[in-house]
Structures are given as C-alpha cells and as structure tokens.
Design a protein around this ligand. Structure first.
Ligand code: ADP
Ligand code: NI
Length: 222
C-alpha cells in the first residue's frame, strides 16, 4: 500500500523523464528510490516521506540537460509537491535536498546536512558506482559522443563545476575525475559498506581495461 502522493509523484516523474538519456531515466530513479529506502531502514532514521519524494524527484530537470540551470528541478519539485497538498516544511526541505544532492552542486555542502539529505545523496552516488555506474558512464559518454579512451588526454582537476561539465574528456577519465572518489564521500555506514564493494569492482574493471588497451605495448611487443 502506498500513499497517494507517492503514486502521483511516480506518475509525474515517469512523464517528466520520458525520453531521458539511459543513465538518467526512470530505472535510475527507481533504483535510487529503493536504495534510499533500504539505507533508511538499515540506519533506522530519517523521515520516510521526505526521503521517498526527494529520491523520486531528484533528477526531474537535470541541469546537464537544462542549459546548466541548477534551480529548475528543485523549483519544479517544490511546485508539484505544494500543488498536491504537501506541507511547506517538507516541500522546502525536499527542494533543498534536490538542489544540493548532486556532486557538482555539492562543493561546499554546509547548506544542508539532514539525515534525509545524506541518505538520498548516498543512494544517488551508489548508482554511479559498480557495474551499473560503469554502464551509466559509458552511456552518458556515448550520448555526448565522447571517446571511450584516449591516453593522450590526461586526467585533470577541475577548478569549478562548469569547467567540469564543459570537459569533453574520454569516459575512462571520468572514473578518475569522479567515480573513484565517491567511496570516500559516503555519508552513512550503510552507504560506505555498499560503496566498498562497488568501488572494488570498478578498480577491477579498470585494471582489465588497461591490460587490454596496453596489450600490444606490454605483453606482445617485440
Ligand atoms: P547525478 O546522479 O547527481 O545526476 P551526474 O549527473 O554527475 O550525477 O552523473 C549521473 C551519471 O552520469 C553518473 O552515472 C555519471 O557517471 C554519469 N556522468 C556524468 N558526467 C559524466 C562524464 N563526464 N562522463 C561519463 N559519465 C558521466
Ligand atoms: Ni541521480
């Protein structure tokens, strides 16, 4: 049995995300929603309604696909929730979770440190790791028509979020620039535990990838 506002939100989100890039589609939302619920249960804290709604609505207008507009998704979610009778306290809290949940929005993250925020952020970050994270990264790179791998393009530090987003670096670089850093950024004990396994799998993938990429240079040269 689920609350009517949850059902309405599911319908709204599915509609908003029709045609979304494969890494940011309904299946990503569904995994983040379920994972956030699981982390909440394991941690034994957090307001369920806030977590469910924030997880469901966190990517409805991703800035990457909305000319860099960082506020749009959060504002849209707030209007949707208050329009459907959610109390202003919760709706406002959910708006700031959505506004700051993402890695790029999250550089100085003292804006909001609620347990609900931490749980939704862990769930979203976990979906960028492991086998699913690898699939999503290459899907995103393909969507942007980026090279898979180019040893001539070094891994780099980005000074600010817009430089990071303007980068057309090969997708393999994204592992070093972002995905391998996520493990250390987990908020909850449950998140940390799941992140360890997914991190180890990404390392294993990269090791094999480089072994194959270097095949003729190392084992079979000369
Ligand atoms: P969020 O989950 O907050 O929307 P992002 O939008 O940064 O986080 O990332 C969403 C997905 O897109 C992740 O799986 C991430 O790895 C992938 N992605 C984002 N930027 C890149 C990139 N430059 N290269 C490859 N994948 C990317
Ligand atoms: Ni997301």
């Amino acid at each position: 049995m689920s609350d009517p506002i949850i059902e309405k939100t599911v319908d709204f989100v599915r509609q908003q995300l029709a045609g979304a890039e494969g890494g940011h589609d309904w299946s990503h939302i569904e995994r983040v929603w379920k994972m956030a619920g699981f982390i909440r249960e394991q941690e034994g804290q957090g307001d369920r309604m806030t977590i469910d709604l924030a997880a469901l609505l966190h990517d409805i207008a991703d800035p990457k696909f909305n000319d860099g507009d960082e506020e749009k998704g959060a504002a849209l979610a707030f209007d949707f929730l208050t329009g459907n009778g959610l109390d202003l306290d919760r709706a406002g809290h959910i708006r700031s979770i959505i506004r700051y949940v993402s890695y790029r929005g999250g550089l100085p993250q003292d804006h909001i440190q609620s347990i609900e925020f931490q749980i939704v952020q862990d769930a979203d970050r976990l979906d960028a790791m492991g086998a699913i994270g690898i699939a999503r990264a290459f899907n995103y790179g393909g969507h942007k028509n980026r090279p898979i791998y180019d040893p001539g393009v070094p891994v780099r530090e980005y000074a600010d979020p817009s430089a990071y987003h303007a980068s057309a670096a090969p997708t393999i670089n994204h592992f070093h620039e972002k995905l391998l850093r996520l493990k250390a950024l987990m908020n909850t004990e449950t998140g940390k535990k799941i992140a360890r396994e997914r991190h180890a799998f990404m390392l294993q993938f990269l090791e094999q990838f480089h072994r194959e990429a270097d095949f003729f240079r190392r084992e079979n040269s000369g």
